[in-house]
Design a protein around this ligand. Sequence first.
Ligand code: DP6
Length: 320
Amino acid sequence: MQATAIAQPNIALVKYWGKRDLKKNLPAVGSISVTLSDLETEMSVSLHAQQRHDSLSINGDNSDAMLPRVSKALDAIIGKKRPRATVASRSNFPIAAGLASSASAFAALAVAAANASGQSLSVEALSRHAGHASGSAARSLFGGFVELKNSADSINVSQLCAAEEWPLRVVVAITELGPKAVGSSEAMEISRKTSPFYDDWVARQEDDLDVARCAIESRDFDSLAAVSEHSCLKMHSVMWASRPPLVYWNASTMRCMQTVRALQDKGIKVFFTIDAGPQLKAVCESDHVDIVQEALHATDGVIDVICTSLGGGARQVASS
Ligand code: DP6
């Protein structure tokens, strides 16, 4: 049986950083994100009764490094006694560079694996499977503005507002290519164990989530901008104060922040957010997208600029 699914990455506005249960990969905090369009990962899963091992290719190349994580996700979704799988992943954007490629990959994997094994699971169940593999992936099952809430020993993910209901744009400034030095899972544990700000970060998250939820409900751009930049800088403060320090920015990331500040001073409706990588994501009102794109493109050190809208959740595209 074979199935193919597509999912888009999402960008957190109120960030997830830290785990409360490593084994189940449960986040320490809730989070709110936007799912992107245009950038996407297509994932095919074929199950073969005669095959002895799982195999994984990423953009056409065999990937042994990611295979254990994919096999573990397949065990959880299909069951440990499942047939072995051939998994092929293709993304149309740089992977492992702080652009949430694991989010789109594991969201698409959850949908493709469930379909290939003939299961019809709810989107909530698929999002829990995706989140088990990668916390942020749980959010890519849904489109538009999405909230992940912690529940007793699980997560609940739901859409707050569809993409068409508040069609903001996202401009990604790529300042460096190549994989990040420390992966998110490892880095989160370093922060949990060593950052003096970690407990405060967890304790204050609900306040930021409340503000962001209200801002989204009332389409209040300025309020969403303030809480999103605050959450981003707070998360990076936790990272910077970790031992060893986790500094994902480069000089151009800083210059991009200054570019966004200069645009804000001119009244442009834009704000920034940065994940565990050096790329800056600028979220803006659609009328201002051209000026934001031009300004980031002209910023010293920016290699490329990707302009995108908000998109839908993960979905199946083929099966046989
Ligand atoms: C900075 O979802 O990649 O992008 O659960 O360990 O796979 P794992 O972590 P991951 O972490 C994302 C962290 C972030 C913030 C966010 O997306 O909320």
